[in-house]
Design a protein around this ligand. Structure first.
Ligand code: PLP
Length: 371
């Protein structure tokens, strides 16, 4: 029988997520529970929806929070927009493009993958070439910030290309949201999902999503039922957006409290200030890492400021040092995935973990270990 109280170490989170949470966010999570249909909770849901719209920079009415992590947001977009037999184009330049492609196939889509070397991005030329093979895709899906590589995908020009071909633009913004510029309406993004545990600095487990009028038209014109009951937007939207607030599932009340507080903190700081902070702290981290002999994986112009993918200096055992950082300094950084496993580190400076103090703690620990 386990009788010991729960205990975890006081970690400094500088990996690919989750990031450190603000004490006010953790405090909000400990607010006494209320019912998920309580008028006070309904008001909180309305506030959260409005703050998600503000942080996505969109007026989309169909904006809400999926009660499950980022992967469920990804699945929500794909299961609702795709019907069996649809053709879709998906950019695959890392783990998460691969995951989108896998889900789209399970939805019965014919998937045209734009395969790119990990660490690079999908270009307009790549999209044009894909459109030649698949001139009328239902959608094009891209990962804005590929967490497995640290690459930032430009979206604006590509958005015009897919819309001119009559398709929708779907975007994974799990790692970019609230850390780098992201403009849902301005860039004509039709379906977008994110997570709470990266630059928003809330606990993991929720996925804010948003759908444009074009995407809603596609949903309304579906000929087949959405294969997932839980993620079927026609049902969930009556809970989040309908006037009746019909019961759909029991919302994760405490997580929504924490999300509300994290969104409030983002808006208090200001989105642009937050983007700027991530860029400035990244510059300091970059200089210090390069001085220690680390080398960046991604070309400078496509580099994510908040997720730094770096090769270690020659002759270092990355897993051993990473473990030492955790055990002796309480600092978590991420290892590489796929082909980069054992070769790179992924150093996150996201949200609350994006401070000069975090940079200094990491660099001092690395210097200390060298001695
Ligand atoms: N997409 C990207 C770019 C991610 O980085 C992640 C998680 O790290 C996901 C999707 C999946 O999110 P989750 O792990 O919250 O399900």
């Amino acid at each position: 029988m386990i009788t010991k109280e729960l205990h975890t170490s006081n970690r400094i989170l500088m990996g690919p997520g989750p990031s450190d949470a603000h004490p006010k966010v953790l405090q909000a999570m400990a607010t006494p529970l209320i019912g998920h249909l309580d008028p006070e909770f309904v008001e909180i849901m309305d506030e959260v929806k409005e703050m998600v719209q503000q942080t996505f920079i969109t007026k989309n009415n169909l904006t809400f929070v999926v009660s499950a992590p980022g992967s469920a947001g990804m699945e929500t977009c794909l299961v609702n927009l795709i019907e069996p037999g649809d053709e879709v184009i998906i950019g695959v330049n890392g783990v998460f493009g691969g995951r989108m492609s896998e889900i789209a196939e399970r939805c019965g889509a014919k998937v045209h993958r734009i395969e790119k070397q990990w660490g690079t991005v999908v270009t307009t030329a790549d999209v044009k070439a894909a459109l030649e093979k698949c001139p009328k895709p239902k959608l094009l899906a891209l990962v804005h910030a590929e967490t497995s590589t640290g690459a930032l995908q430009p979206l604006q020009e590509i958005s015009d290309l897919i819309h001119n071909a009559g398709g929708l633009l779907m975007v994974d913004a799990v790692t970019s949201y609230c850390g780098v510029e992201l403009q849902v309406d301005e860039w004509n993004i039709d379906a977008i999902y994110t997570g709470t545990q990266k630059c928003l600095s809330a606990p993991p487990g929720l996925s804010p999503v948003s759908f444009s009028e074009r995407a809603i038209k596609v949903l309304d014109e579906r000929k087949t039922k959405v294969q997932s009951w839980f993620l079927d937007l026609t049902l969930v939207k009556n809970y989040w957006a309908g006037s009746k607030r019909a019961y759909h599932h029991t919302a994760p009340v405490s997580s929504i409290f924490a999300l509300r507080e994290s969104l409030r903190l983002v808006l208090e700081e200001g989105l642009e200030n937050r983007w700027k902070r991530h860029q400035e702290v990244h510059q300091v981290l970059k200089t210090k890492l390069e001085n220690l002999g680390f080398k960046y994986l991604v070309e400078e112009q496509y580099r994510l400021p908040n997720l730094n993918s770096v090769y270690l200096p020659e002759g270092n055992d990355e897993a051993l040092i990473r473990r030492k950082l955790l055990d002796e300094y309480n600092i978590e950084v991420g290892g590489g995935l796929g082909d980069f496993a054992g070769k790179i580190w992924r150093i996150g400076i996201m949200g609350e973990s994006c401070t000069l103090n975090h940079v200094n703690m990491l660099i001092s620990a690395l210097e200390d270990m060298k001695e």
